[in-house]
Design a protein around this ligand. Structure first.
Ligand SMILES: [Zn+2]
Length: 163
């Protein structure tokens, strides 16, 4: 399917309203309009330019926002390493034992506990489950990222120039 905004051929398009007109656009361009009908498109991975990458990141953020009632997002707690270490020690597990219990390398866990490595979602889930803790928090998103913000328009202009 062809995106009616950037012309890219994508596996799936979404119908959005852009300045009053209905367009079928790719997931990246869907950011510029308002959802015509809410659908959780799979979001085919797109690479290339920095701008596209940024749009994709924004889309991921919007997606997690959708799950949490539209005005919040989920982020890793500040001192996730300290939280993990405290919970692990409370369970009387050393680094090695804990790491092997969740099938990770001891070095990986050590880095995570010193807050020098940000664990990916999969590891976060495993650690949360293994230790019975919560490593993410729901945060209110700022007004700056709201729809119709000037940031969006800037990005749209840049995007069209590049496309
Ligand atoms: Zn597009």
């Amino acid at each position: 399917m062809i995106c009616e905004m950037c012309g890219r051929d994508v596996p799936q398009t979404r119908t959005v309203i852009v300045e009053g007109s209905r367009l079928n656009v790719c997931p990246a361009c869907a950011r510029f309009g308002e959802d015509f009908k809410t659908s959780s498109a799979g979001g085919a991975p797109v690479t290339q330019s920095v701008i596209e990458e940024r749009l994709e990141k924004r889309e991921r953020r919007m997606k997690s926002k959708d799950i949490y009632a539209g005005s919040t997002s989920v982020e890793l707690v500040d001192d996730y390493g300290g939280v993990i270490r405290a919970a692990r020690e409370a369970k009387g597990m050393d680094l090695e034992k804990f790491a092997s219990s969740i099938l990770e390398k001891k070095g990986t866990i050590a880095k995570i506990e010193s807050n020098s490595l940000i664990p990916d979602d999969k590891i976060i889930k495993k650690i949360e489950k293994a230790l019975g803790i919560k490593l993410t928090e729901t945060v209110q998103s700022g007004a700056a990222v709201g729809p119709g913000g000037s940031g969006d328009r800037m990005t749209l202009a840049n995007f069209i120039k590049k496309a």
